[in-house]
Design a protein around this ligand. Structure first.
Ligand SMILES: [Zn+2]
Length: 321
C-alpha cells in the first residue's frame, strides 16, 4: 500500500521517470522480504536441513555446529503425531538438502509431506533401534515411537545424524564426528544424573502415570512402571473405560502424583487426579521442546525438567482417601 501511495503521489507531481523507479524498487524490496519470510533458509553459505520436530532439531544442531543450518518444520508446542502441514511448510522446504524424521510411525503426516516436497533425501533416526511394542489397548503390538525419551537411544539418533550429514557434506565428516562425541559425552553424564535422581524414589513408588504412553523407553531404562490415559497422541481419545482403569491402577498402587504432557489437554488427567486422590504433578515435555524462555528449550533441559517433576512428585506418600 505504502509504495503505491508514493507512486501515485509522484505521478501527480508529473515526475514519471523517478516515480517508476521508486515504484519498481519498492516492489522488488517487498518481493524479496516475502521470499525471506517463506523460507527457512537464512544464508547461502551453509547447507540447510529440516527436521520434523523441535527435539530432533536440537540433536541435529549439536552435531551440525555452525556448519549447517537446521530448522524444525513443527514449532514448539505443536502436536507432532497428526500435524496438519500447510502449503507454506512445503514452500519452506525449497533448497533443503535433507529431511530428518523419527520414524516408527510417529509422524503420520511425513510420507505425504515428503512426497509433496519433492526429491529431498530423508533419514529416519530410529532405523536400527529395536522398538518397544505398545501393550494393550487399540495400538497393541505397534512400535512405541518415543525412543528419544531414553538418553541411551538419543545416542543412537546422534550416530544416525552424523551418518546422514556426512552423506550430504563429506568434507564436514571430522567436524560432525567431533561435535557428536562432545554431545554424546553430555548425554552419557545426563544418563547417570537421571539414574541417580530416579533411584532416590522409594522402589514401590517408581510408577509413572502420564497422559500419553510416551515414557516406555525411559521407564524401561530406569526401572519404572508406567500407566497412561492413551497409548499415542495420534489417538488421544479419553474413554470412560480408560479413565476408570487408570483410576483403579492409581488407587491399587497408591501412586501419589500423576502428570500430563505439554502438547495435549490435561483436563481429563485432572479429573483422574480428583477421582483417584492423586496430586497433579505438572506438565512434561515429551513431543516438543518449550520455547526459549520455558523449562525445556533443549533436549537435555527437557529430560532434566521431566525427571525433576517425577522425583519431586513420587518422593511423597500418597494421601489415602
Ligand atoms: Zn507422542
Amino acid at each position: 500500500m505504502f509504495n503505491n501511495k508514493i507512486f501515485f503521489y509522484l505521478l501527480y507531481k508529473k515526475n514519471k521517470l523517478i516515480s517508476l523507479f521508486i515504484f519498481l524498487t519498492f516492489n522488488v524490496f517487498a518481493l524479496t522480504a516475502c521470499v525471506n519470510k517463506n523460507t527457512y533458509r537464512l544464508d547461502e553459505e551453509r547447507f540447510f536441513v529440516l527436521t520434523t520436530f523441535t527435539i530432533l532439531a536440537d540433536l541435529a544442531r549439536n552435531v551440525a555446529g555452525d556448519r549447517l543450518l537446521v530448522e524444525s518444520i513443527t514449532k514448539p508446542g505443536a502436536e507432532i503425531h497428526s500435524y496438519q502441514f500447510t502449503p507454506s511448510d512445503i514452500v519452506k522446504t525449497k533448497g533443503a538438502k535433507l529431511i530428518i524424521e523419527n520414524g516408527l510411525g510417529l509422524e503420520a503426516w511425513s510420507s505425504k509431506f515428503l512426497m509433496s516436497s519433492g526429491d529431498i533425501p530423508n533419514v529416519k533416526l530410529t532405523e536400527g533401534i529395536k522398538p518397544l511394542l505398545i501393550e494393550g489397548d487399540s495400538y497393541s503390538g505397534k512400535p512405541n515411537p518415543h525412543a528419544w525419551m531414553s538418553p541411551k537411544k538419543a545416542m543412537h539418533y546422534v550416530d544416525k545424524i552424523v551418518e546422514a550429514f556426512i552423506k550430504i557434506d563429506p568434507d564436514g565428516a571430522l567436524e560432525y564426528s567431533s561435535n557428536a562425541s562432545t554431545y554424546k559425552a553430555k548425554l552419557q553424564s545426563l544418563d547417570k544424573e537421571l539414574r541417580d535422581s530416579l533411584s532416590s524414589i522409594p522402589k514401590e513408588r517408581r510408577f509413572l502415570v502420564t497422559c500419553e504412553g510416551a515414557f516406555s523407553y525411559l521407564a524401561r531404562d530406569y526401572g519404572m512402571k508406567e500407566a497412561y490415559l492413551w497409548p499415542v497422541n495420534a489417538e488421544s481419545q479419553v474413554t470412560p473405560r480408560r479413565m476408570v482403569n487408570l483410576i483403579k491402577t492409581i488407587k491399587e498402587n497408591e501412586i501419589p502424583t500423576i502428570f500430563c504432557e505439554s502438547t495435549v489437554s490435561s483436563e481429563a488427567q485432572m479429573e483422574v487426579a480428583k477421582s483417584s486422590g492423586a496430586v497433579f504433578g505438572g506438565t512434561f515435555y515429551v513431543d516438543s521442546l518449550s520455547d526459549l524462555n520455558g523449562p525445556a528449550p533443549t533436549y537435555i533441559d527437557l529430560l532434566r525438567h521431566n525427571v525433576r517433576l517425577i522425583t519431586e512428585g513420587l518422593s511423597v506418600s500418597a494421601v489415602k482417601k
